[in-house]
Structure formats: C-alpha cells, structure tokens
Design a protein around this ligand. Structure first.
Ligand SMILES: CC(C)(COP(=O)(O)OP(=O)(O)OC[C@H]1O[C@@H](n2cnc3c(N)ncnc32)[C@H](O)[C@@H]1OP(=O)(O)O)[C@@H](O)C(=O)NCCC(=O)NCCS
Length: 438
C-alpha cells in the first residue's frame, strides 16, 4: 500500500465516523428489484448489508421478483398480464410468484450465511427472518377487470418485525402477502416497503434503482424536499419505470412520517455505502423538512423582525438593529413564519469578491425553538451560497460559537474575514469568528 492510499483510507474512514454514529440503532427499509438476484453485484451487495448490520443498523430488505416471475411465466408459455400498470395474477401466475419469491428467499438466505475465512463475511453470523408479516386483501375488480390474486397490503405486523430486529436479525420481505382466508396474494414490493417503513416508524427508506442514475435534485445537492419530489413525479414524464416506482414509494413513506428516503443507483459500486457514509452521496435524498416555510423577508415583516430581534439584542445575544437598518437590509433577510408571525430569521451578507458570505442575526423566537428551524435556515443559506458560487460561510457570535461548531464551522481568526468586513467590525463586542467551507 502506498502512503497516499493509506492516507486516503484513514481520511475517508475517519470522515465516515459521524455517519456511523448517526446510523447506529436506526431502522432502514431497503427496497430493491428482482434484477439484483441475477446480477454480478449481488454478493457485494450482501457484504455491504452485512457491514451495515455490523454497524448497528436495523435492516428490513424488501426484494422484488418481477424478472423471475416473468421468466417463469415465459417457461410455461404464458405472458404477463397487466391492467392499468397493475399485474393481473391468475392461479398459474400466482404459482410463478410463489416459486420466484421462494427461490429468491432461499438464495438470499444462502448468501447471508456466507462466512468463509478472509472474506468480508468472516465472523458475520447473520440471521435472516421472514414470515407472514404482511396481511393482504384482493385488489378485486377494477374497471371491470378482476385482478384475481393481485393483492394490496391490508396491514403489516410491525410488532413481529420489530421483535426480529430486536433479536439482531435482518428481516426479509417479498412480493407476497397472506389473507385472513388463508390465501397468498401477489403484492407490489413498493407497497410492502412503504407499509413496513410506516408501520415500524423507520428512519429511512432506501430504494435501489436499476437506472444508471437518479434525478439529480437541484445541481450538486442531490436533495429534494417532499414537495419537490411530489412535483417531480407529476412533471417528469421521462422517468425510468423503476425510478418512478421508487420515487413514489419514497414520497409515500415521507408522507407517512418517515423522515428521509434515498434513491441509489444499484449498479454504482458501493453506492449504498457511499450514499449512507459520505457527505456527497451518489444518489438522491428526499427529506421531509422543507424549505417551503422559508421566504425572503418583505418590508411588512420589519415589525415582526423587530419583535423577534429586540429582546435578544437586549440580552446581548444579537446586535441591535434599528428599524431603518432593517428596512434598508430587508432583502438580506430570510424569515420563517407561522400564522403570520415571524418566528425565525437570518440574514446573509455576501462578499463575492472574496467568495464568502456572512450569516448574521440568526434567531428563533422562544416557544418555537427545538424544531430544527435554525438548522433549516442555515441549510437554506448554505444552499444559496453554493448556488452563487461562494466557497465559505462565516458568522460572528459572542455566545453561540458552539452552536456553529456543532454544525461544521471552525473557529477562525479575524484575519480570515474579508477586509471590508474587518474594517466595520465592532471590536468591543469581542465576537468570535466561525467559518465553514461549503
Ligand atoms: C441559536 C438558535 C437560533 C437555535 O434555535 P433552534 O435550533 O430553533 O433551537 P434551540 O434553541 O433549541 O437550539 C438547538 C440546539 O442548539 C443548542 N444551542 C442553543 N443555543 C446555543 C448556544 N448559544 N450555544 C451552543 N448551543 C446552543 C441547544 O442547546 C440545542 O441543543 P440540544 O437540543 O442538544 O440541547 C436559538 O437558540 C436562538 O435564537 N438563540 C438566540 C440568538 C442567537 O444566539 N443566535 C446565534 C447568533 S447569530
């Protein structure tokens, strides 16, 4: 190993530490198509899941079997029947689904049992659980077409799944659900994944897509809010079929209260690990928090801003800003409002010649704190800086330096400030300089 490779390894291993802490004890539901099972990447995918499990992530794997079902139908001289995009499952098709799901389960269980010395699975000892977790009911007759053994999820037994996860097992689910009449039904794995994620109160849905890339969000962020993702589903007619299906599942999960979803191209080597353990990721992240409650301030907000800032200025936490100054700088402010009340604000002062900007006057009204509004405002400002090609964000603060450090800022020297800003500095305040590279 050359020194550079060693350095890279140490650097990236250390850089993944915050994600290791963040993911430990969390529940992720992974949704992947049956294409995985016949792909060259299957073994390394299983290795990556074993690693996630070893790092304390609680995993539910929902695997489809569409290509395998179609292949079995073809062997019997049958062709898949669809109506309005929904499979019509007759008795013979149901046999194909049962066979395909059964074989998929056995093959995955075999792979999860690997443990050869000197392989990534050495010492892994993984236990996999599957069972009658999903109760289904027939879809029934739609537009005059009886969908027969095509079902939809009636409920999932979240307690039973939770018990398996508590026992340190990986839970495996597929395209089958069972009815109170004792029959099996063919259900969409996307629907199963959404129901399980919602029922468990999972922390993430991770959808692995076959397409080589996923919609990129906006530019380099690879991130969409729930509203943006829902809009994309409506507006983008050219999404690959499985991307559309997974994006719809992501939106449904977030609407059901799951905080985040990711879409990751399955074929990107180590894509899952890169998405979960690096800042840049490789896929698309969809978050429930959204910037939609934030907006640029208007002159009409000055009274509300004064009411928010004044008490904090009186405590010496913020610089006092007279009404005239607020009016003059109103375009610099972003506000969060609730029922017409300004509940949070922040101002951004760009210094384009030195490729940086100052975040100032960041405040959340008492009674509205602790809901992540300040984080959202900061993320929003960081995003606009990056869009404007700025490279650094700085803040001057007397009492909130730790708040900024905990959000990736480092203490910097006065000399690191743009010269224009240094000249205006009120040195009496003895503010600390906090700087973040974007
Ligand atoms: C800083 C501020 C904007 C954060 O608002 P918020 O994220 O909605 O909610 P909270 O106040 O609950 O703070 C979130 C977290 O930051 C911590 N925090 C708050 N103020 C802090 C400070 N001055 N230094 C370090 N940490 C701080 C809180 O303890 C909390 O962490 P915890 O949940 O782990 O205990 C808000 O506390 C505020 O308006 N403070 C007064 C104005 C100010 O100091 N602004 C920053 C200078 S520009």
């Amino acid at each position: 190993m050359t020194e550079t490779i060693q350095d890279d390894f140490v650097r990236s291993f250390r850089a993944s530490a915050p994600y290791v802490h963040a993911h430990r004890g969390r529940t992720f539901v992974l949704l992947v198509g049956g294409e995985l099972l016949k792909s060259a990447g299957l073994v390394s995918f299983v290795h990556d899941l074993a690693l996630l499990h070893a790092l304390g992530v609680r995993l539910v794997l929902v695997v489809g079997a569409r290509p395998q079902i179609d292949a079995r139908l073809a062997e019997r001289g049958l062709s898949p029947q669809f109506h309005d995009g929904l499979r019509v499952t007759d008795k013979r098709a149901l046999d194909c689904v049962k066979e395909a799901a059964g074989v998929a389960r056995v093959e995955l269980e075999a792979l999860f049992s690997m443990g050869l010395p000197s392989s990534p699975m050495e010492g892994a000892r993984l236990r996999v659980a599957s069972g009658n977790f999903v109760t289904a009911r027939p879809v029934g007759v739609k537009a005059g077409v009886d969908h027969l053994y095509t079902g939809s999820v009636r409920r999932v037994d979240a307690d039973a799944i939770r018990a398996r996860l508590d026992a340190d097992e990986i839970v495996l689910a597929g395209p089958l659900g069972y009815s109170l009449t004792g029959e099996a039904f063919n259900v969409s794995t996307a629907e199963v994944a959404v129901a399980i994620a919602a029922g468990l109160g999972a922390d993430k849905l991770v959808g692995l897509v076959e397409a080589p890339s996923v919609p990129s969000g906006d530019g380099r962020f690879g991130e969409l809010s729930l509203t943006e993702a829902s809009a994309l589903l409506v507006s983008a007619g050219d999404l690959a079929v499985d991307v559309r299906r997974q994006l719809a599942a992501a939106v449904a999960c977030l609407e059901a209260g799951v905080p985040r979803a990711h879409l990751v191209p399955r074929r990107a080597d180590g894509g899952l690990l890169r998405e979960l353990f690096t800042r840049e990721g490789v896929g698309l992240m969809i978050t429930r928090e959204s910037f939609e409650d934030l907006r640029p301030a208007r002159l009409a907000d000055v009274v509300g801003l004064l009411a928010l800032i004044e008490p904090l200025a009186a405590q010496g936490l913020l610089l006092r800003r007279p009404r005239e100054l607020l009016e003059m700088d109103i375009e610099r402010f972003t506000v969060a409002t609730r029922d017409g009340l300004v509940v949070a604000c922040a101002a951004l002062y760009p210094h384009p010649e030195e490729h940086c900007a100052e975040v100032a006057c960041l405040a959340v009204r008492e009674g509205y704190r602790g809901d992540g509004r300040a984080d959202l405002l900061l993320a929003y400002l960081e995003r606009s800086c990056v869009e404007a090609g700025l490279e650094r964000l700085f803040a001057l603060t007397t009492e909130a330096s730790h708040w900024f450090v905990e959000r990736g800022f480092s203490v910097a020297a006065l000399e690191d400030l743009p010269s224009g800003r240094r000249k205006q500095l009120d040195r009496q305040r003895r503010s600390k300089v906090l700087m973040k590279r974007l």
